[in-house]
Ligand binder design. Structure first.
Ligand SMILES: Nc1ncnc2c1ncn2[C@@H]1O[C@H](COP(=O)(O)OP(=O)(O)O)[C@@H](O)[C@H]1O
Ligand SMILES: [Mg+2]
Length: 394
């Protein structure tokens, strides 16, 4: 049991996350792209990859991809490398998310927003993306899920929007690559003072614009209401992730959620991308199957391919205030969160890049690993994505 910031991964887990064959790890080490450490388990020294070393690997890969040195979309470079006898393989190269600013939203409570937000931001941080999580619910569940228990002593978005605290002073670090603006009960009182402010719905976007350049991904968890604070986040966000539990009442509330989003779009003349995430799915329950079927037929454009199964691992992760990877890296929940994270970051396609290995190794250009079995179950098309890197807020 480890706090997220102290997590480490076995070579098999790393290979599955990086989408490479496990056999490549020693070559990645010798080419300087990956650092591993030894950890004593009983009498045996085990090779492990610390969270920060995994993030550094993805960062190095990303720099290589961004420099355009070698990408799957650059066949000439690949041919050139083959002639020079430089070993290569393909793996996941986490380029910028399609939408930098995202929110988890539903006017109904208990659908899994805070849980999904926490698991999503931790999984995105595992990819070395610089992530800011924002807790916009006075209950502070996102903060607790990220192991912040002293939120009541800290500044919140209330201080930023009402008392003009610089937003940078409300940000705290919770793990490598993961920052948080926490929440506490005081945030429940924000609606009246916010209502009295000028440009009330724009204050949050304007504050976020000041720090957006520090992050690759900004994700807010919202309160279960059609509040002004949530409205402000709808003005700031480019992607709205609606978490819908696969039960009849949650499905019934979907029309209100979609109507609220449409009203905001009209009022603020902006187009929001929406994804609906079916959550707490249980394939043994007919009602779960029926609601999933209805969601997919009524909102076919917006439904994620990933369906979040109801699992004990997710509840256990909530209890441990850590990621499902800490509970069971090979379980259904870890698989679902991986698949959801990749879908929400890159929408339909996952960016793969060619990884150069040390010179002189006569490796053939290999197709993506079949070793990452879990992930292959719902694998999206494995083509290079030319994700638009957003330099500004959406
Ligand atoms: N897929 C899931 N499987 C099992 N339990 C879940 C799942 N998603 C959420 N939960 C549990 O449901 C409860 C409510 O989730 P929460 O994220 O607080 O909802 P919301 O933020 O929408 O009010 C939490 O105890 C959480 O652990
Ligand atoms: Mg919540």
């Amino acid at each position: 049991m480890a706090a997220f910031r102290d997590m480490s991964f076995t070579p098999a887990e790393f290979a599955s996350i990086a989408k490479i064959d496990r056999g490549m790890i020693s070559q990645l080490e010798s080419s300087g792209l990956l650092k591993t450490t030894k950890k004593k388990v009983g009498n045996v020294d085990r090779k492990i990859i610390a969270l920060e070393d995994m993030q550094a690997y993805f960062h190095a890969l990303r720099v290589l991809s961004e420099q355009g040195v070698i990408t799957a979309a650059n066949p000439e470079a690949i041919e050139g490398l083959k002639r020079q006898n430089i070993g290569m393989t393909t793996g996941l190269a986490p380029v910028n998310p399609i939408h930098k600013v995202q929110m988890f939203y539903n006017v109904k409570g208990g659908t899994g927003k805070s849980t999904m937000t926490a698991q999503y931001v931790m999984r995105a941080a595992m990819l070395g993306l610089k992530v800011l999580a924002i807790d916009l619910d006075g209950q502070g569940h996102l903060s607790v899920n990220l192991d912040v228990l002293d939120g009541h002593e800290r500044p919140t978005i209330y201080d930023v929007l009402i008392n003009d605290l610089p937003i940078s002073e409300a940000i705290m670090n919770v793990a490598p690559c993961l920052d948080l603006i926490p929440a506490n009960l005081g945030l429940c009182n924000i609606e009246i003072p916010l209502n009295n402010k000028t440009r009330r719905e724009y204050r949050l976007s304007e504050a976020l614009a000041k720090i957006a350049h520090n992050y690759d991904l900004i994700v807010a968890d919202t309160n279960p209401a059609a509040s002004i604070l949530n409205g402000s986040m709808l003005v700031a966000a480019g992607l709205v992730n609606v978490v819908c539990a696969t039960n009849p009442l949650s499905f019934h509330g979907m029309s209100l959620v979609m109507a609220t989003i449409e009203t905001m779009e009209q009022e603020f003349s902006r187009k929001l991308e929406v994804r609906i995430i079916p959550n707490m799915y249980d394939n043994r329950e007919v009602i779960s199957q029926e609601v999933l079927g209805e969601l997919r037929s009524q909102f076919s454009e917006c439904c994620t391919r990933t369906v979040m199964n109801r699992t004990a691992d997710i509840n256990e992760a909530t209890k441990r205030r850590s990621t499902v990877w800490d509970v069971n890296p090979r379980g259904v929940a870890a698989h679902d969160i991986t698949s959801l994270t990749e879908e929400l970051i890159w929408l339909n396609e996952r960016p793969l890049s060619v990884i150069p290995l040390s010179e002189g190794e006569d490796e053939e250009f290999t197709q993506p690993s079949s070793a990452s079995t879990l992930e292959n179950q719902t694998a999206p098309t494995e083509t290079q994505v030319s994700a638009t890197s957003e330099t500004q807020l959406n």
